[in-house]
Ligand binder design. Structure first.
Ligand SMILES: N[C@@H](CCC(=O)N[C@@H](CS)C(=O)NCC(=O)O)C(=O)O
Length: 200
């Protein structure tokens, strides 16, 4: 039995949950819901970083960091594959997944910045992140469109867009990238995305 520490709103944790469901492994997973910001002892015991997601394998190995967990999963449970076997698709998938991961991190950066007292907030920093988010969303709807199928690139992009809708609902990413909006609507019906959707 594997253990997955997650919080229902974490987009990083959602990537891992979606990948586990897509690989038909979720029946073997015990889901442990925690709030990492309250520093729960059970999370710190396995992951000194005190972050979700943390996956504890059936051998007792505690893995942090969504991309490291996905890499471990792909190697240990190769079917169905979430990463193309050959180049250039494999490289493209990793490149798109990296943009998606950055998109999530930049959105989190803005959320954390907004939680700071007004006097401590940096407008310059938020503007820089906002500008990058717009560039990434545009690229993901164009040259870096997720590959056909639903691998780690599509998983990352879907979780990133879901998180944008959750945390920055006023952000007009669909207008910036109608093609990406169309793709997002098409994949939204996947059971893995439905089962992992954040509470509204
Ligand atoms: N690079 C990590 C980021 C994980 C992360 O930042 N998780 C957040 C929740 S969305 C967290 O646990 N934050 C608590 C903290 O940073 O203290 C990943 O991809 O998994």
């Amino acid at each position: 039995m594997m253990k997955l520490f997650l919080s229902p709103t974490s987009p990083f944790a959602r990537k891992v949950k979606v990948a586990l469901i897509e690989k038909n492994l979720y029946p073997e997973v015990e889901e442990i819901r925690v709030d990492p910001w309250s520093s729960p002892a059970e999370l710190i015991r396995v992951n000194p970083l005190c972050q979700v997601p943390t996956l504890v394998t059936s051998e007792g190995l505690a893995l942090a960091n969504s991309d490291s967990i996905l890499a471990w999963l792909e190697h240990h449970c190769p079917r169905p594959a979430l990463l193309p076997a050959g180049d250039p698709e494999r490289g493209r998938s990793l490149a798109i997944a990296a943009q998606a991961q950055g998109l999530i991190q930049y959105t989190v950066d803005i959320v954390l910045e907004r939680r700071r007292p007004t006097s401590q907030r940096s407008v310059t920093f938020v503007d820089r992140r906002m500008a990058a988010i717009l560039r990434v969303v545009t690229a993901l709807g164009g040259e870096w469109m997720p590959l056909p199928g639903f691998g780690i690139d599509g998983i990352g992009v879907a979780c990133a867009l879901g998180y944008l809708d959750l945390r920055l609902p006023e952000y007009p990413w669909r207008e910036a990238s109608p093609t990406l909006a169309h793709w997002f609507t098409a994949v939204a019906s996947r059971p893995s995305l439905k089962a992992s959707a954040p509470p509204t």
